[in-house]
Design a binder for this molecule. Structure first.
Ligand code: DGJ
Length: 744
């Protein structure tokens, strides 16, 4: 008889209690057990096979509540070269017993053995919607607890692992994933994000072929090079010659995001039997975490979700989940204030008079928050000096920050400040006092980037110094916001103050200390909001987003380049956190000239900021910005919290692009459209809108740009979605924005 425990969203607790009743020791009983988790439109199931391995059974659209899932059976040996241990899709496979697919965990024992074979011990509820499954090596005292927590709304499953050493000797963990996900044999396409400084958020799509695709960071931080997110779209049956491009609004999509801001790796492999396995967690490159007897290692969380509404549906689900469960102010984070940031206007040349002049101008157009960027501290004149010395430069601010902050408050704005706490310039008081505080290998060069070195935050004294100096800064000044920057990656990641076999713990302890500093500062200063910036978008992931209210997606603020970056960003992250500044034209990076309205509309797709040199603006510029900031405020909630539909992609050299966001109650929609280069007299394509209530009546109004003369002032949702919206846009770098408001 099969006992398949079904867990409807409403009664997950009940099902988990049932689950607690079994603790399987012998293999005969194990074949009967199936664990099923349901949430949103998703079902996830696994079971224990006859050998005692935990085996994936199902991940996909929600099954009927009475459906029973057949029990786990390990796959037969197909050839002597591929044992069932390697062909059976395990939930968390130890490297041992002839595993040739990517392992979840790999260890070395002191006697030279490197064989780890994990079998099921028991499953226990750990909360109303979560469950722990304990695995143990077949002979050694290595225990692995798999944690599962299903979000009932979205069906997004949070998975992580704790590895515990109860041997009498230490053990070295050489590889530790947070989770492994398996999809059955079929044809799939992989979507993932890559980039570089000033070129983040490029969307890549390819058919998943035999072998493995690795996306990773070896940089000690999340990195610009790739982002820890993936989506996999079903392309058809097993033998289908599938198109490579995944569908935006239709079809099945599985996606995942790793909550870790250190070196990470996600491996997507198509096995010899055509299943797809995704393994993600700490990057095994240069990894080595020694566990003494009694110690354990916690992995980050790997979130996974499912949508049957294409990549668009997947990103809407993930964006809602970030708002509801991840962000520090979840489940109802405040819309971001419209900020002014001084960086592109002044760079390091900040002083009280100059910042006051900018603040007055920013206030006049309706900015909510004034942020002073780099240059205010230590002996900072350029990027050669000062990092680490988090006290005010008295030449630039003779009376401290208070007069500027008071002025900003008097203008009706709050005040934000730039910091880069994990770094030090060799030309700084801090480095002169503590040269031993940086990551380095003794006797080897300390490679500088941007004239700076990385502080070893894994050290308790460094951690305490960083937290202490920021705590003091926030205690002594009325600061509402920190822009937390991080402008290089690691080199020579040595930590010679601890024994050699513990030095590579730096990859884990550094990030844990970063998170703990952020958590402490938020607790001590609950009104302070934080932006994660790393020379643009080098540190954006679901780990840092537990502590950061927003992110800086790129140092590239060219409004045309930003369209495709913002498009890529939106696959993995909500526009709520996507800061977008309006800066000067011609743009410093590409020399491209664009109108202020084009720049404003490009930035209004996310959380709006102004980063231009306001000292150069005309009266007309001020009037335009003031009008559009007011318009933005009136629709901001729909833009940053609504359901986003990417109507026309700006990718791949597209001459046009358009997005639409619909408020969750479907009362309002906002559409942005960009004609970047129309050709051969063709007009802007008819936009068939999405997500409206087809029976409701919606009134159309322009936020910016002309409406087509024949476009009705009001029509049904069905009309806007089926007939479509015609905009009058042509030429180069033209933009329009409209809103639709429900009338009845
Ligand atoms: C890199 C950031 O991305 C910029 O916005 C600016 O803050 C500079 N650092 C300041 O050094």
């Amino acid at each position: 008889m099969t006992s398949s425990w079904k867990i409807p969203a409403s009664s997950i607790l009940f099902a988990f209690l049932l689950l607690a009743l079994f603790a399987v020791g012998s293999s005969s009983a194990q074949t009967e057990q199936v664990v099923r988790l349901d949430g949103g439109n998703c079902t996830y199931a696994f079971g224990v096979n006859e050998r005692g391995e935990l085996q994936t059974l199902y991940w996909g659209g929600r099954l009927g509540s009475h459906d029973s899932i057949p029990p786990a059976h390990s796959l037969p040996e197909v050839a002597s070269f591929d044992s069932p241990y390697t062909t059976t899709p395990q939930e968390y496979a130890g490297w041992g017993a002839g595993l040739f697919t990517e392992p979840a965990v790999k260890v070395s024992f002191v006697d030279g053995s490197r064989d780890l074979v994990l079998h099921f011990v028991r499953a226990t509820p750990s909360g109303s919607q979560s469950l722990d499954v304990l695995l143990k090596d077949i002979s050694r005292e290595i225990y692995v607890t798999l944690r599962y927590s299903m979000d009932p709304e979205s069906g997004i499953l949070a998975r992580s692992v704790s590895i515990e050493n109860l041997e009498k000797q230490p053990v070295l963990i050489e590889q530790a994933a947070a989770a492994q996900w398996t999809l059955p044999p079929a044809s799939y396409a992989l979507t993932y994000l890559t980039g570089r400084w000033a070129g983040e958020w490029a969307l890549n799509q390819e058919l998943i072929q035999g072998g493995a695709r690795v996306i990773e960071s070896r940089r000690g931080t999340t990195g610009h090079q790739a982002n820890p997110w993936f989506a996999i779209s079903r392309q058809g049956g097993r033998d289908t010659a599938a198109p490579v491009v995944a569908d935006e609004e239709h079809g099945e999509v599985w996606f995942g995001a790793l909550a870790w801001s250190g070196s990470w790796r996600i491996t997507v492999e198509r096995t010899q039997l055509d299943a797809v396995r995704v393994t993600g967690g700490f990057n095994p490159f240069d990894f080595g975490y020694k566990l003494k007897p009694g110690e354990h290692l916690e992995t980050p969380v790997f979130y996974g979700g499912y949508s049957d509404h294409g990549l668009g549906g997947a990103s809407r689900l993930l964006q809602r989940f970030e708002i509801a469960r991840i962000l520090p102010q979840a489940p109802d984070p405040k819309p971001r204030p419209v900020i002014y940031n001084s960086w592109e206007a002044t760079e390091f040349k900040v002083d009280e008079a100059g910042q006051v002049a900018l603040a007055e101008k920013a206030a006049s157009i309706g900015v909510d928050r004034f942020v002073m960027d780099d240059g205010w501290f230590g002996q900072r004149k350029d990027d050669h000096a000062g990092l680490g010395d988090w006290y005010v430069n008295r030449q630039k601010f003779p009376h401290g920050l208070k007069p500027l902050i008071d002025k900003v408050h008097g203008l009706g704005m709050d005040f934000g400040l730039w910091v880069e706490p994990e770094m030090v310039n060799p030309d700084s008081d801090l480095y002169r006092k503590h040269p031993e505080w940086v990551l380095n290998f003794p006797g080897r060069p300390r490679s500088e980037s941007r004239n700076q070195l990385v502080l070893n935050l894994a050290r308790a004294d460094v951690r305490d110094y960083v937290e202490g100096s920021l705590d003091k800064l926030l205690t002594e000044n009325e600061i509402a916001f920190l822009k937390w920057d991080y402008n290089r990656n690691w080199s020579e990641p040595g930590w010679d103050q601890v024994p050699v076999d513990e030095q590579r713990r730096v990859y884990v302890e550094f990030i844990r200390n970063l998170y703990s500093i952020l958590a402490d500062l938020r607790r001590k200063h609950p009104k302070v909001e934080i932006e994660s910036c790393s020379g643009g978008g080098g540190r954006v992931d679901l780990g840092i987003l537990h502590y950061a209210d927003e992110v800086w997606p790129s140092d590239n603020t060219d409004p045309f380049d930003r369209l495709s970056m913002q498009d890529g960003f939106s696959y993995a992250y909500t526009p709520q956190i996507m800061m977008a500044w309006v800066t000067d034209s011609p743009h410093w990076l590409n020399g491209r000239s664009t109108s202020l309205t084009y720049r404003m509309l490009s930035s209004m797709q996310g959380s709006l900021g102004i980063g231009a040199n306001l000292n150069h603006w005309t009266a007309e510029d001020f009037a335009t910005a003031k009008r559009l900031i007011a318009a933005y405020h009136s629709v901001q909630r729909t833009i940053v919290r609504g359901d986003l539909y990417r109507l026309i992609s700006p990718r791949d050299g597209s001459g046009m692009s358009a997005t639409e966001t619909v408020s969750s109650d479907k009362n309002q929609a906002v559409v942005f459209a960009f004609a970047n280069a129309t050709k051969e007299g063709r007009g802007f394509p008819l936009l068939q809108l999405e997500g409206l209530d087809q029976d409701a009546e919606y009134k159309l109004s322009s936020i910016e740009g002309k409406l087509h003369p024949e476009t009705p002032a009001s029509a049904s949702g069905a009309w806007w979605m089926r007939h479509g919206l015609q905009l009058d846009l042509r030429g180069d770098y033209q933009a329009a924005a409209v809103k639709l408001d429900r009338q009845r």
